[in-house]
Design a protein around this ligand. Structure first.
Ligand code: FEO
Length: 394
């Protein structure tokens, strides 16, 4: 990789992580990138660093643009270690005049690196620094997605360096949205939103409203992961509007786990009921054969969430507990639900699935269906009826 100029004297200097497949429990099938940016002006600024293990890529790219010792300032938009892992070594090498961070960023930096001696300068929303020809304006974006998160905006370039927001986990040699297939780019961005930001949707709504009312004009959005939006920053802003409103389609997701295929037969009968009522877009997702983060991506724009599990040791199947614990934390909204499952003797699974739906605030479209041992044609009719009831409630 080489450093990439994204505006005159503004460069991508990050690192591409082609082989990472797991991002603390989020399956990243096509790797990721850790984007850092450098602005060369009378004052030269580095925005964020990269994950530990990628320092040599960052240094290689910095040397292509400027000597690291010529960097005056470091801006820490986000303290999470995929962006600050190399910060101690970079501070040692660069000896920056100042390290800019949000108030919460200052606390987080002290708690991560225990270096009260670094030259911090705490900035808040609206604070600006002059670099020469350009200005950097800071915008705190608390809880998007950490307390410390902030954006850096360069008005002369209409460039928003957006930290984790608007990112995608996708390792590419291309750096810009117009160099890749748009549908794949948006699919990666949707997965990222569903698994990182969905929980914070009310804050995303607030931020988008503020930006629309009096915020900056933006021609380029440069996130900390994935591709830079220069052809269509409006497309990703519009998508964030839809996702944060949790807009859904007439799409049903059936997530299930099965012991001896009885609950699986029930899932197919529920699918049949949905189809009888005209639902065409249905996903049957076996919890042990689909990663939790892929299931969450399908749930993002689904109007119905239907859960199935066999009873195991008076409880639900472990993979369902994994998926539902993860899903509950991300707080999907604006859905209808239902539960079903087979059992041998005690049959508590449906009750537990229903409790997950209740905790997520997803109303049940019908009473949960339980079938003892192996379902027959007649007993499956209750599952067909459940699917029809869900379809009518969608
Ligand atoms: Fe990409 Fe929240 O770190």
């Amino acid at each position: 990789m080489t450093a990439t100029e994204i505006r005159p004297d503004i460069f991508w200097v990050g690192a591409v992580d082609w082989n990472n497949r797991d991002f603390h429990g989020y399956s990243i099938k096509k790797g990721t990138s850790y984007n850092a940016y450098l602005v060369r002006d009378e004052k030269t600024v580095l925005f964020d660093t990269v994950r530990q293990g990628f320092k040599s890529d960052l240094l290689h790219h910095l040397h292509q643009v400027t000597g690291p010792q010529k960097i005056d300032y470091i801006v820490v938009n986000h303290v999470e270690l995929d962006h600050s892992g190399c910060l101690p070594e970079l501070v040692e090498l660069i000896k920056p005049e100042k390290i800019f961070c949000s108030p919460m960023g200052h606390k987080a930096l002290l708690e991560h690196f225990h270096r009260p001696d670094w030259p911090y300068q705490v900035v808040k929303t609206g604070d600006e620094i002059k670099l020469g020809k350009r200005t950097v304006r800071f915008i705190e974006t608390r809880m998007l997605h950490w307390p410390d998160s902030m954006f850096s905006y360069i008005p002369e370039e209409k460039l928003l360096i957006s930290s984790d927001a608007f990112g995608q986990h996708w390792a590419t040699s291309e750096r810009f949205d117009d160099q890749v297939e748009e549908s794949e780019l948006l699919a990666h961005a949707a997965k990222y939103y569903a698994n990182i930001l969905l929980l914070y949707s009310p804050l995303v709504q607030k931020l988008l409203a503020e930006v629309a009312a009096n915020g900056p004009a933006v021609e380029i959005i440069a996130p900390d992961h994935g591709l830079i939006w220069r052809r269509s920053p409006g497309a990703i802003i519009d998508a964030y509007g839809r996702w944060s409103r949790q807009e859904s389609r007439r799409k049903a997701v059936i997530v299930y786990d099965t012991m001896w295929h009885s609950t699986e037969k029930m899932a197919r009968a529920v699918e049949s009921g949905l189809q009888q009522e005209g639902i065409e877009e249905i996903r049957l997702l076996h919890a042990r054969k689909n990663h939790r983060s892929d299931i969450m991506t399908e749930v993002l724009d689904a109007r119905a969430l239907i859960l199935g599990s066999a009873t195991l040791n008076n409880n639900i199947m472990p993979a369902m507990a994994d998926v539902l614990t993860y899903m509950k934390g991300l707080r999907p909204k604006e859905k209808v639900g239902a539960a079903f499952g087979s059992y041998g003797w005690s049959g508590e699974a449906v009750k537990h699935l229903q409790a997950f739906l209740d905790e997520m605030g997803i109303p049940a479209a019908g009473e949960g269906v339980r079938i003892k041992n192996v379902p027959g044609h007649d007993s499956l009719k209750a599952c067909v009826e459940l699917g029809r009831a869900v379809a009518k409630a969608m």
